[in-house]
Every structure is written in C-alpha cells, then in structure tokens.
Design a protein around this ligand. Structure first.
Ligand SMILES: Nc1ncnc2c1ncn2[C@@H]1O[C@H](COP(=O)(O)OP(=O)(O)O)[C@@H](O)[C@H]1O
Ligand SMILES: [Mg+2]
Length: 374
C-alpha cells in the first residue's frame, strides 16, 4: 500500500499542503517545532481516522480555524484503481469519512487501521499502566476480530450502568441492589468473556509473528513470551465456554468488595499482559533498549499480521525513533525499509548516510515542506 498524495487543510500548523511522498521511504527532517510530527500525525490520521498522539482529535484543528481535513490518495495491492480517503472534522470534534468521495462509515475504511506508528511515547506500552496495554489490545489488535468492536462497546455500556448502580445503591438496602444489578450481570459476563476469549485468541494469532520478529531483532539471542493476566482465575486449559462461568463465580465472590469500592472489579477492563524476555519480566527488569525492542516487535508483528491478512503492508510511521534503535534493530526493519512497504521517518538529522539513493529527503519548516530529491 502506498500513499501517492496527501492534501491537508488547517491541520495543526499546515494551513494548505499538497504533498506527493516518495513511494518507498520518506525521510523528514527539520528543526524542533516545525511540523515534522504533525505531518506524520496527518498521514496517520488519513490512514487510521484518528491521531496517534492525542485522544482529543479536535486538537489537530489549526487554532485559528473552525475545522480541518486530511486527504490521502492511496494505491493498494489488490485494487485496480487508486482510492481516496478523506477525513474532515469540525470544531465540535465530529468527524466525517469519505471513500472516493462517498460518505462511508469508519469501520469500513479502517478495519484494521492502514498504518502502524511507532513513537517515543509508545514505550508506555511496556513501562506504563495496564490501561496502556489494554489500549493496544483493544485498538490495535482488536480490529483483527470483526466482532471485537461491537462486543467491546456493549461491554463498556453494561459496565458503566453496573458501576452507576454500585455507586447509587451500594450503600443502601442489599435486596434493592440485587434487584437493580441482576439484569446487567448476565450481559456483563457474556460480553466480558467474549472480549477475554477474543484477546487470548488474537494474542495466540500474533504470537508466531511476534516471536519471529523479536528473534530477528535480537539476532536470535533473546526469546519473547507473554502472559495474559486476567482478573479471572483462567488457567492454561480453560475452554472459552468456561470463561462465562468463571466470570460469574468470581464476580459473586467479589460483590462485597465491589460494594465497598463502588465499582466493578473483575473483567477485561482490569486485565493486563506481562511480557518476558528469556523468562524475565520486561517491565520490571528489562533495560530501556529491551523495552524498546518489545514495542518495536509488537508494531512489526502487527504489520506482518496485516500482510498475512491482506497481502500488503500497512504504511509505517516512525517518529523520532530511528536513531534510538541500534544497528541490529535497524536491520530488523530492513525489509520494510527496502521497499516492501511505504515508510515515513522523522529525524533531527537528514539520515542521508543511511538511505542515500533510496528515499525522498524532505525538510519541514513552519508547516511547509521542501525538497524531495533522492
Ligand atoms: N492545533 C494547532 N494549530 C496550530 N499550530 C499547532 C497546533 N498544534 C501544534 N501546533 C504547532 O506545531 C508545532 C509543533 O509541531 P511538531 O510537528 O510537533 O514539531 P516537530 O517538528 O518538532 O515534530 C508547534 O510550533 C506548535 O505550536
Ligand atoms: Mg516531533
């Protein structure tokens, strides 16, 4: 998949931009605060329908304007003609998606997302709280199961009702609470266990790619494994159909604690993943370099998963991370950097010594882009 043209209007500090990126490798350099990350964010915005650096998408609208759009013309492997994706947004944060000029619903265009991004803050995926890892599961991996998004939304809805009931009736009469909460429990257990089963299944699916990528990145010296850490007492052999029952049993045992804390304390919204390198917990004991390798591996494995599914690579975005990777890890990126997929890299320096002759080199200055020679 390749982006042929990007058009931006009032996107961050790009008031008006038309850009024809290099088909393989785009190296974007420039001083601080000129718009390098903004440009990658815009590319990602077109390919994912959201930002990679904020959950408040409205922030991407230029401060002095009422709305913005980002548009990309892309060529895909199995399509005879190119496609145009357009994402526009108004001040209220409402987004509109067009595919070839026709209004289209988001899931139809970006399921899963057509771009994978790797930025310095992605290190939070390992170093941060469990919610960071759940976000990875829900947003990046979830779309590979077409029912995931629906089940996830149902679960969130039920969870929020149930938490409200615990808040409002938890301190009062117990039979009233039971009467209120019972009708929600079955749905909670149902959708919650569907999500847990999906996650475990998705992790199982991505594992071979992850193992392979990680071994490439470390020259075969290190082995990456992980555990899905559930708030339910799942065991290795737990059959998917038993998850509901386990959820129900665990939840029953925890009801007093739930009342005391006024919230639902078991379920997929409390789960986590632990990563191990050679059996050692990476979050607790890994070096920064190892943690970065795991994140890179998760991203590259996602790209291979996309490839397996669609026979082409999604667009890869590397914001300020290239120089932080050592030689071995850079080599691990090599297939992608040698033209199998289109890549966008930002850096303070021009990186000519690495990519001379096979990349377009661009300079960004105050929301304008210059250059493009090989
Ligand atoms: N919504 C916005 N409207 C206008 N300018 C913005 C907006 N958001 C960020 N900027 C400007 O973008 C610049 C930062 O761009 P960025 O791409 O992060 O820089 P860098 O080149 O260092 O990656 C800053 O000058 C900031 O003021
Ligand atoms: Mg930046």
């Amino acid at each position: 998949m390749r982006i042929k043209r990007v058009v931006l209007k009032n996107f961050r500090n790009y008031s008006d931009l038309t850009w024809h990126p290099h088909p393989c490798l785009n190296v974007i350099s420039g001083d601080n605060a000129q718009g390098k990350t903004n440009l990658l964010e815009a590319v990602f915005f077109c390919m994912a329908g959201r930002s990679f650096r904020t959950s408040r998408d409205r922030e991407v609208i230029n401060w002095e304007e009422e709305g913005c759009f980002a548009r990309a013309r892309i060529e895909r492997e199995n399509f005879t003609s190119s496609q145009e994706i357009s994402v526009s947004m108004n001040k209220t944060g409402e987004k509109f998606f067009l595919l070839n000029g026709q209004k289209q619903n988001r899931g139809k265009i970006f399921q899963p997302c057509l771009s994978v991004s790797f930025t310095p803050t992605d290190l939070d995926l390992i170093r941060g709280s469990p919610s960071e890892r759940r976000k990875w599961l829900d947003i990046e991996l979830g779309p590979y199961d077409y029912k995931y998004f629906y089940n996830f939304n149902q679960y969130e809805r039920v969870l929020s009702h149930r938490n409200n009931i615990l808040k409002n009736y938890g301190r009062g009469n117990r039979s009233k609470l039971t009467e209120m909460i019972d009708p929600w429990n079955d749905q909670l257990f149902l959708y919650g266990s569907l999500i847990i089963n999906s996650r475990i299944n998705l992790l199982k699916n991505i594992f071979p790619q992850l193992k392979e990528v990680f071994s490439d990145l470390t020259g075969g010296k290190e082995e990456l494994t992980f555990n899905y850490l559930s708030s339910l007492p799942l065991e290795k052999g737990t059959a998917p159909e038993d998850t509901v029952r386990l959820y129900e049993e665990t939840s029953k045992k925890k009801i007093n604690e739930e009342i005391a804390r006024q919230q639902t304390i078991t379920g997929p919204h409390r789960d986590d993943i632990v990563f191990f390198i050679n059996k050692t917990d990476v979050k607790k004991f890994g070096s920064r370099g190892q943690q970065r390798s795991v994140v890179l591996a998760l991203k590259l494995a996602l790209m291979r998963m996309f490839y397996r599914e669609y026979g082409e690579y999604p667009v890869l975005i590397l914001d300020d991370v290239f120089l932080e990777l050592d030689r071995q890890r850079r080599n691990g990126l090599d297939n992608l950097l040698r033209g199998e997929g289109q890549v966008f890299i930002t850096s303070n320096s021009s990186l000519r010594e690495y990519f001379s002759g096979r990349a377009g080199f661009y300079r960004v200055e105050k929301g304008k882009i210059y250059g493009g020679e090989n």
